[in-house]
Write a protein that binds this ligand. Structure first.
Ligand SMILES: Cc1ncc(COP(=O)(O)O)c(C=O)c1O
Length: 366
């Protein structure tokens, strides 16, 4: 069976470098907030683009929570997000005491800029876009609306490391951006990890305080806060992976370009690439006329698939209970959830595996 993803392939690509780095950290005797974390923060910010800085944290959810808090989002504020996003984005907003307000996605699966204005109320303080599946949101349009209504703009870049919009990397458009280094991500650790990136040094300094017991210097605590630090081993391993990023993204783009040019089946809709976007293919999402028949057929052909996600965040039990959402509230999102299917996409696929996926998709008749 060809898996949707198999993380050990990514490890094997640079196994010796990962093992050497892990041993180096183990032998160093320094395991938390040391030179690996500060070097990674510098290298990641430099790789993203001029003028930003970075604070490593323990995961993507905490990056969202701490980043929003450091940027002033608080109890009662409304933050606009896309209805087909990931629950962690909404949880980060809610952990600040704020309220996520949903907007339907566009044909690229990103927050539909044309619908944002309808969702603005006097309590709206920010728009938080998630650049979903590895492609940037149409940032010209979103930025213009935020400016017009004096809203802060934030970016969830958990799925969009080095995915540019008009030549500028996602993560550099808003007041702050939030990254996950969960192992499946295009820049993935071998455990949990995350980061806040901002061109405002005050936000990064505040996140560094909030991630470490509210401490601005040793044994001096200025905030009531938690422990949300990135550890040295993960930071060291991330530095190794970061050094190979161009090659890793080229590999994903090669797989996607074969899917895009060789999948030809009228029952399957291929993903669209928006003007100005250079997709990084965190996930390759197609739409099928019959989601479950297509998935069962591919399984019988030895190709695993997945759905990201079948139940949208506002219909998860915790959200329904808290906000009273119901099926039918966001029909574009629900139509997507009922048809999207994730094809295999990982850090390394043999050419004959790619061919096998393409042939199986092309043989599907429903
Ligand atoms: C869009 C999005 N936001 C946030 C997160 C949360 O990241 P983490 O799993 O590191 O907490 C994820 C990851 O899974 C994600 O895909």
């Amino acid at each position: 069976m060809i898996p949707v993803n198999e993380l050990v392939r990514g490890f094997r690509l640079y196994q010796k470098e990962y093992e050497d780095k892990a041993l180096e950290v183990l032998r160093s005797g320094w395991y938390v907030l040391g030179k690996e974390v500060s070097s990674f923060e510098e290298e990641f910010a430099t790789a993203l683009g001029k003028g930003c800085s970075c604070a490593g944290v323990d995961n993507g959810l905490d990056a969202i929570t701490l980043g929003l808090e450091a940027a002033g989002i608080k109890e009662g504020d409304e933050v606009i997000v896309q209805a087909n996003g990931y629950i962690a984005t909404m949880l980060g907003i809610m952990q600040c005491g704020a309220v996520p307000v949903f907007v339907e996605p566009d044909e690229y699966y990103q927050l539909d800029a044309d619908r944002i204005e309808d969702a603005i109320t006097p309590a709206t303080k920010a728009v938080l876009v998630t650049h979903l599946y590895g492609q940037a949101t149409r940032m010209d349009a979103v930025t213009a609306i935020c400016k017009k209504h004096d809203l802060a703009l934030f970016e969830d870049c958990a799925q969009s490391h080095f995915a540019p919009y008009k030549g500028v990397n996602t993560g550099l458009f808003g007041k702050a951006s939030f990254f996950s280094f969960y192992p499946t991500k295009n820049l993935g650790a071998f455990g949990d990890g995350g980061a806040v990136v901002s061109t405002d040094p005050a936000i990064i300094e505040k996140v560094k305080v909030l991630r470490n017991y509210g401490s601005d210097r040793r044994y001096h605590n200025i905030e009531i806060a938690g422990n949300m630090r990135l550890d040295e081993i993960q930071a060291g391993l991330l530095r190794v992976r970061l050094s190979h990023m161009d090659e890793l993204l080229a590999n994903r783009r090669h797989i996607a370009s074969r899917y895009l040019s060789e999948i030809k089946n009228p029952k399957i809709t291929l993903p669209l690439i928006a003007d100005g976007c250079d997709h990084t293919w965190y996930q390759f999402i197609v739409r099928a006329d019959d989601q479950s028949a297509f998935m069962s057929f591919l399984k019988s052909e030895g190709v695993a698939t997945d759905i990201s996600w079948q139940v949208p965040p506002y219909l998860q039990p915790c959200m329904k209970e808290k906000f009273g959402y119901k099926s039918g509230d966001f029909p574009v999102t629900e139509e997507l959830c009922a048809h999207i299917v994730t094809l295999p996409m990982m850090e390394f696929m043999e050419e004959d595996e790619i061919t096998k996926v393409i042939d199986a998709v092309n043989r599907y008749k429903s």
